[in-house]
Design a protein around this ligand. Structure first.
Ligand SMILES: CC(C)(COP(=O)(O)OP(=O)(O)OC[C@H]1O[C@@H](n2cnc3c(N)ncnc32)[C@H](O)[C@@H]1OP(=O)(O)O)[C@@H](O)C(=O)NCCC(=O)NCCS
Length: 146
């Protein structure tokens, strides 16, 4: 992640308040991920930054460790791909991960994004260390053709 884990629940509550307040902007795309059966909030997924007025959307996501390995992020990510390409003017979805964060790469591949290359020293992790980023993309026309 590019940011450190929240140190306490109050910080999380503040962040969530800020997100909810931002929903007045129609193109603010940040969602919570909940377990359907229990409605428990376990993580988040959304669009990072505002590239070319949302013609290009970069995905960012994380869930709590105890819930890893259940395919939750893939399920959420796939629904957002459908939303962005059928209900907004987004033309390109992209996602990057630290080359060492293999699990994140698996999520992206399972969502049928295509590997585009490795961007050397392109990112900073939450220890402010330079990292290589693997870049993936999916275009609207390719998605709609399938
Ligand atoms: C990366 C992350 C979002 C994956 O979400 P997820 O819902 O667990 O995704 P999946 O269930 O599809 O699992 C992805 C892969 O990770 C593997 N995995 C998940 N938890 C694991 C664990 N504890 N130990 C080993 N492998 C694990 C799964 O087996 C799966 O690999 P497979 O397809 O070969 O079986 C989640 O691990 C996470 O939130 N990590 C911390 C934040 C982060 O890295 N965000 C992305 C920044 S780019």
């Amino acid at each position: 992640m590019s940011w450190k884990a929240h140190e306490n629940i109050e910080i999380t509550k503040e962040v969530l308040k800020e997100w909810v307040n931002s929903y007045v902007n129609k193109d603010y795309y940040q969602w919570g991920i909940v377990v359907k059966q229990t409605n428990e909030l376990i993580g988040s997924i959304g669009i990072v930054g505002n590239i070319e007025n949302r013609l290009i959307c970069e995905m960012g996501y994380c869930i709590e460790k105890n819930y890893w390995g259940n395919g939750y992020v893939v399920e959420a990510f796939n629904r957002i791909i459908e939303f962005l390409f059928t209900e907004t003017n987004c033309n390109r979805i992209e996602a990057v991960h630290d080359v060492d964060n293999v699990n994140s790469g698996k999520v992206i591949i399972k969502c049928n994004l295509e590997f585009e290359g490795v961007l050397r020293d392109r990112g900073l992790n939450n220890d402010l260390k330079l990292i290589d980023l693997a870049m993936y993309f999916l275009l609207k026309r390719d998605y709609l053709r399938k």
